[in-house]
Design a protein around this ligand. Structure first.
Ligand code: G16
Length: 582
């Protein structure tokens, strides 16, 4: 048995190790600097209470992006030196973000051990490779991202750090082979267990959904299916779930081999970046070969995001969560006893609010960041939640869950088509249009201005806050741009008081709220790795069923005009068009 020693290595702080919306995300070239990752990991250990480190079980894995394998070895050696009892690693270092959450909550080791936390190695939807992004975040015992209290402590520790602990002579562990490797350190045994990345997650999915009814749908000649993992970690689950368990054709999987650089693509499941799927589904400009499938979906790098498509039809994430919530009790066994409540992030459209009101459900509006849903779920207040940023999930874990969302949609389709698979199929588009007919439609779009000069972005935001002090001034500008747009009746910066622990999160986005329920929201993204990304969210509610069938960009054109002029977008950023429209 290998006996290792603990070294104390002198170090000094790096600037800017502040976790963003979801962990620390930087270019690989930043992360590979000597001591950079080490400092952040030690700062995290130092921010946790002793029992979460000494003698604890930690999960260390991620989406398999470039630098993950090195990072896993470094973190393992630091965990050993800090007195951690065992480290669990998914085979080849792969675990999707939702699977990590599941493993923390559900997995019991051969000796009865359970994990108390995880380092997740991902920069989510950001590209990977030597010149692209890496990321790391810490998740807590409930399976969810560390709350602000902890991430603030981590950041503070990074600014004062002077040394870290590492077991330099601990040999690298072969993370491609399943099994346990045992070591001994100054304080006793330390083990590394490499386990199958999918087993625990597949088991959990089977306990939530009716796999038999989904299988019937997926194997019906009436139905066709396509799933694009964009070469992210979802590929490690897609074949096991969709093909092996549910009977989908193997050729219905696109880009399902996880790659360190995501095949050179941008692993962000939206209409801009999921090009191959979008073309196959008959959307976009390219000519489709043959008849598009009835259902398509994509995931991001770490498989917590999802995009849902029907044949030649895009489902907005805001509609998706509302539709899942409205159908969950009938279509998904896990929810058959009813929903505890629902929640959305502030910039997500109010489609969920309307459904919650009709269904008499508790409803919560939280700031952007999945961590805010966790408290509600732990307190038993929320069953289903979602975000405009292609995140949807439930209280089965404490992260958003891309494959769960696909299974939720397949369950709804299976339910709507039960006993009818011989007749005309009820399609994704039918389900969405029926939802609009019942609840009204929230026309919605998001404009992203990526990699804008950080100073200019700050100035634009400061200008918008200042402008809020005079609504007459705001309305003068609005009417000057479009007289057919209703009045702004309220404008503020979103602040959230957590109903469970009373904590307050301020400056969570600038809102302009219109008399007819329309909203314009401006936020700076917290997940970029360079410059600033300005997000502009535009929403308009249409209750009249005869007017819910318009093209979204036509319906929203007046509000877009108003938003761009009101914010002086071009003046501040020099950009005449957004980088991405979703
Ligand atoms: C993270 C958060 C989400 C958030 C998204 C975008 O997701 O978990 O709650 O909506 O970032 O945040 P921002 O608008 O600040 O860029 P992910 O998938 O990137 O981990």
């Amino acid at each position: 048995m290998v006996v290792f020693k603990v070294s104390r290595v002198q170090t000094s702080p790096f600037d800017g190790q502040k976790p963003g919306t979801s962990g620390l995300r930087k270019k690989v070239k930043v992360f590979v600097q000597p001591n950079y990752l080490h400092n952040f990991v030690q700062a995290t250990f130092n921010a946790l209470t002793a029992e979460k480190v000494r003698g604890a079980t930690l999960v260390v894995s991620g989406d398999g992006r470039y630098f993950s394998k090195d990072a896993i070895q470094i973190i393992t050696k630091m965990a050993a030196a800090n007195g951690v009892r065992r480290v669990w690693v998914g085979q080849n270092g792969l675990l999707s973000t939702p699977a990590v959450s599941c493993v923390i909550r559900e997995r019991v080791g051969p000796d009865g051990s359970k994990a108390t936390g995880a380092f997740i190695l991902t920069a989510s939807h950001n590209p990977g490779g030597p010149h692209e992004d890496f990321g790391i975040k810490y998740n807590m015992e409930n399976g969810g991202p560390a709350p602000e209290g902890i991430t603030d402590k981590i950041y503070k520790n990074t600014t004062t750090i002077t040394e870290y602990l590492i077991a330099e002579d601990l040999p690298d562990v072969d993370i491609s082979a399943l099994g346990v490797t045992n070591f001994t350190g100054p304080e006793g045994p330390f083990d590394v267990e490499v386990f199958d990345s999918a087993t625990d997650y597949v088991k959990l999915m089977k306990s939530i959904f009716d796999f038999e009814s989904i299988r019937k749908l997926l194997t019906s000649p009436k139905f066709s299916f396509c799933y694009d993992a964009l070469h992210g970690v979802a590929g490690a689950y897609a074949k096991r779930i969709f093909v092996d368990e549910l009977g989908a054709q193997e050729n219905s999987l696109l880009n399902c081999v996880p790659k360190e650089d995501f095949g050179g693509g941008h692993p962000d499941p939206n209409l801009t970046y999921a090009k191959e799927l979008v073309a196959r589904m008959g959307l976009g400009n390219s000519e489709t070969q043959g008849e598009p499938p009835e259902f398509g979906a994509a995931a991001d790098g770490d498989a917590d995001r999802n995009m849902i498509l029907g044949k030649r039809f895009f489902v907005t994430p805001s509609d998706s969560v509302a539709i899942i919530a409205a159908n969950a009790v009938e279509a998904i066994p896990y929810f058959s006893a009813g929903l505890k409540g629902v929640a959305r992030s502030m910039p997500t459209s109010a489609a969920l609010d309307v459904a919650a009101k009709h269904l008499n459900l508790k409803f919560f509006e939280v700031p952007t960041g999945w961590k805010f849903f966790g408290n509600l779920m732990d307190a038993g207040l929320c069953s289903i939640c979602g975000e405009e940023s292609f995140g949807t999930g439930s209280d089965h874990i404490r992260e958003k869950d891309g494959i769960w969302a696909v299974l939720a949609w397949l369950s709804i389709l299976a339910y709507k088509n039960k006993d009818k698979l011989q007749d005309k199929l009820v399609t994704v588009e039918d389900i969405v249009r029926n939802h609009w007919a019942t609840y009204g439609r929230h026309y919605y779009t998001r404009y992203d201005y990526e990699n804008v000069d950080a100073g200019a972005a700050k100035e634009l935001m400061a200008y918008l806050v200042k402008l809020q002090s005079s609504l007459p001034e705001v309305n003068k500008i609005v009417k000057g741009v479009r007289s057919d747009v209703s009045n702004v009746v309220n404008a503020d910066e979103f602040e959230y008081k957590d109903p469970v622990d009373g904590s307050i999160s301020s400056h969570q986005g600038i809102r302009y709220l219109f008399e007819d329920g329309s909203r314009l929201i401006f936020r700076l993204s917290g997940t970029g790795s360079e410059g600033a990304t300005i997000r502009l969210y535009i929403e308009q509610y249409e209750k009249d069923p005869s007017k819910t069938g318009r093209l979204s960009h036509e319906a929203l054109a007046p509000l877009v005009d108003v938003a761009l002029k009101l914010s002086k977008m071009q003046e501040y950023t020099g950009r005449s068009a957004p980088t991405v429209i979703t």
